[in-house]
Design a protein. Sequence first.
Length: 335
Amino acid sequence: MNHIDELVVNYEDILDRYIASENEEDLDGLQNLSFTAIENDISPEEIVSLHKDLTLDKDLTAEELKLSMDVLLEMIIGFGFSYRDYKALVKKMEAHDKEMDIAASLQSMMLKTKIPKLNSIEIGAISVPAQRVNGDYFNLIDHHDGTMSFAVADVIGKGIPAALAMSMIKFGMDSYGHSQLPSDGLKRLNRVVEKNVNQNMFVTMFYGLYEEISSKFYYSSAGHEPGYIYRESTDTFEEMGARGIVLGVNPTTRYDQEEHDIQVGDMILVFTDGLSEIRRLSGEFVRTEELLELVRTYKHLHPQDIVQVVYEELIKIQDPKKRDDLTILLIKKVK
């Protein structure tokens, strides 16, 4: 039985019961029935036509026909209430959509990051929101002293509050005006988040610093997905082991820091859980090894081309209903 047939049966049942009992309580189900009619695109005219057909088939007396009009009237009243509720909801959704468009536009402007141009490295980055407002963030800062700071972050939260939190973090990172070690950077940003961001909203962040003169790379992590270093000499990936608590939990948290030498052909890969938690249509997660193999396959390309190809390959197999914000940052030493 389809939805329309079920509606006809239910309407006829209420009609028969009310004519027999003349009890107004038997009309209680009509408002829900009218809402069902709206959901199935059944118009008031079609309800009137249905009522006419049913009453003609039943050969009702004048008194019964008069009672049947109470049923039709209640149905149409309920239909009207449901329609007004629907229109009010549509207006609210339209207003919300406008707010989200404004938030997305502001976020795009405020979080815009210029890709630095250093002599020894190439950089690729992609950040794709699941909805209009992005809960992910990446930032790169050329300090013009032979060093570059970079960060990838993920707000545990969505919508406009997440966008505001990201904007605050970017301002905090940009305002330092000089290079600093990642452990110190996270310590300062942790205090910013703890004081200014909703207590139910936390931020994970990977914070790195690259020194062009020494080819050294320093990093710290605040509860973020582990990053990887690709070693050209062995054609293997090393998982970066430094861990730390997410930003915003404890204002006195200190963060561990590690350093690595980066050789020509090596790559630094950092991403958010929108990449590591991608699911196939079957519901299975894409294994990290598969992601790393994709990067290895296209390692000869420019990092921007690599991250773009990896993203496009993953979109082909991803369940579109399980999307999350996704960010990939790839730094490659070329000389």
